[in-house]
Write a protein that binds this ligand. Structure first.
Ligand code: C2O
Ligand code: CU
Length: 542
């Protein structure tokens, strides 16, 4: 009894914390008076855009095996104008192939491809740069980009290391081997010290890997598989994206970004006409800092219980079996693969909502629809990695620190700044447990490049005792994990005053990668660390 209640309370406190935050749009730097009141916009007047499919512009020799010709994509990164809503003046965005979300790159597992990312951006940024942040000093060019395929098992030279940025007029070609299971990955900017600004400007797109196993599942496909890229933005009355500043001269960085409007595939309050049948929805939370509690309902208000749907996949692929649920929590960088059945909703309107707002509408046609797709009872087995196979457990803190200038917090992983010596040096093909000790009162979505991992548990601990003695005293049993957290992940929510343990096999490549918080304001202000996968001895740094 007691433990159930405590568990419930913990969940509630945590949910209430971010519900309140999202509801009021806490702008750490204070907000300038005049912003577009996006809640007053007409609802469901714009159709949901579906991102285009990226088309290769030819074949090129593989850098690994020059006898092999592989698809070559050229993706120009440009500034462009678009409309986020029928009644909002056009907005300047940055996007891959002049779109946000960018074109979806479709890959087959095991079939490599090349992308030449071409920086055709202007020389001036559309948001103020904070030159006090590491990597964004005044001697660095204002506009820089480097592209990372989030969740990709990519060699270090093509992974989009934050310092490998290139400027307008330059390009970089990346080789993606796609040696991994079917999953919805996403590509986005990763330039040191300005990722948050490049992302708010629009630099993201989906990268979907498919394989034979998926082909055999007979899930809804084609027009019945819909990507939903969700992110929030605020706008000025002239339609331009609003990004707040701290108010400190020369140091405009703010610690979080929460927009007043939640966009789906780049539109505010879009609608989608659907047939009364099953659909597969590929959801991505592409926000800088917002967590969403998503549900579907015939009721646009946010108090009723949502309709049942099935989650079939997490960040890195299929769950072992479909999990029925009516609420899905997605943090920045997290994805979910969901089957929603409209067959009993013929002629109705269904709403996608967060806990505080309605964000889009599905208009279910009254006509009968054929549906030969299935929701299989079992999906892909997810063999649990045994804790006993881990060669080391690393305890890694997540914390805010005030600096001497009294500036906003600097946020560190294990007390270390970006440019301090590399401390996490797992050996190639070894398994490790990383135990994240969250000393803050925020949830942080923690992402490791290259690898997929499993969440072991989330356990509450006594923060006060830890701060005094550096000893971990658990205050309750592990929190029950939602089904989506039992699949393969690459980004995990680390809740406040909680120890979150993941188990990771470092396979694929040796070399230098990064791990970081996917709240992009945090990432840009030191909450990111390099890590090195070593081929020889597991180097431990004292
Ligand atoms: Cu989604 Cu290091 O990134
Ligand atoms: Cu964070």
């Amino acid at each position: 009894m007691r433990t159930t209640r405590r568990r419930f309370l913990e969940n509630m406190t945590w949910m209430a914390a971010f519900a309140a935050r999202n509801a009021h749009g806490r702008y750490p730097g204070g907000v300038s008076g005049k912003l577009l009141d996006t809640s007053a916009l007409a609802r469901f007047v714009d159709p949901l855009p579906i991102p285009a499919s990226a088309k290769p512009s030819g074949l090129r020799p593989s850098p690994v095996d020059p006898k092999l010709q592989i698809p070559y994509y050229r993706m120009a990164i440009r500034q462009f104008q678009t409309t986020v809503h029928r009644d909002v003046p056009s907005t300047t965005f940055w996007g891959y192939d002049s779109s946000c979300p960018g074109p979806t790159i479709g890959a087959r597992s095991g079939n490599p491809l090349l992308v030449e990312w071409v920086n055709e951006l202007p020389h001036q940024h559309i948001f103020p740069i904070d030159h006090t942040l590491h990597g964004a000093e005044a001697d660095k060019p204002e506009v820089r980009t480097v592209v990372h395929v989030h969740g990709g098992r990519t060699g270090p030279e093509s992974d989009g290391y934050p310092e490998d940025w290139f400027v307008p007029g330059q390009s970089a070609t990346s080789y993606y081997p796609n040696g991994q299971e079917a999953a919805a990955l996403f590509y986005h900017d990763h330039a040191m010290g300005i990722t948050r600004l490049n992302a708010v400007a629009g630099l993201m797109g989906l990268y979907v890997i498919r394989d034979e196993f998926e082909d055999g599942l007979n899930l809804p496909k084609g027009a019945y598989e819909i990507p939903l890229v969700i992110f929030d933005r605020s706008f000025q009355p002239d339609g331009q994206i609003h990004y707040p500043v701290s108010g400190k001269t020369g140091a405009p960085w703010v610690s979080e970004y929460y927009g007043s409007a939640i966009l789906v595939n780049g539109k505010i309050f879009p609608y989608l006409e659907v047939e009364p049948r099953k659909y597969r929805l590929r959801l991505l939370n592409g926000s800088n800092g917002s967590f969403y509690q998503l549900s579907f309902s015939t009721d646009p208000s946010v108090t009723s219980t949502g309709l049942a749907f099935h989650q079939v996949g997490s960040e890195q692929g299929f769950l072992a079996a479909p999990a029925q649920m009516n609420l899905l929590i997605l943090g920045p960088g997290e994805r979910a693969d969901v089957i929603l059945d409209f067959s009993r909703q013929s002629g109705k309107e269904i709403y996608l909502r967060t806990n505080v707002a309605v964000i889009m509408q599905f208009r279910v046609s009254a006509k009968k629809a054929a549906d030969s797709s299935t929701l299989p009872a079992m999906l892909r087995p997810v063999p649990r990695i045994q804790e006993s196979t881990a060669v080391i457990t690393r305890e890694l803190t997540i914390a805010d620190y005030q600096n001497r200038l009294g500036r906003s917090n600097v946020m560190l992983l294990n007390g270390a700044h970006w440019n301090m010596p590399v401390t996490e040096r797992p050996m190639l093909n070894s398994t490790e447990i990383w135990s994240f000790i969250n000393l803050t009162d925020d949830s942080h979505p923690i992402h490791l490049h290259l690898v997929r991992f499993q969440l072991l548990d989330r356990r509450p601990f006594d923060l006060a005792v830890y701060q005094l003695t550096k000893k971990i005293v658990l205050t309750g049993p592990a929190v029950e994990l939602p089904a989506g957290d039992l699949g393969w992940k690459d980004t995990v929510r680390v809740d406040p005053m909680t120890i979150t343990r993941i188990i990771v096999k470092f396979e694929g490549f040796a070399g230098k990668y990064v791990w970081h918080c996917h709240m992009l304001e945090h990432e840009d202000n030191e909450m990111m660390r390099p890590y090195i996968i070593t081929e020889s001895c597991p180097g431990r740094v004292a």
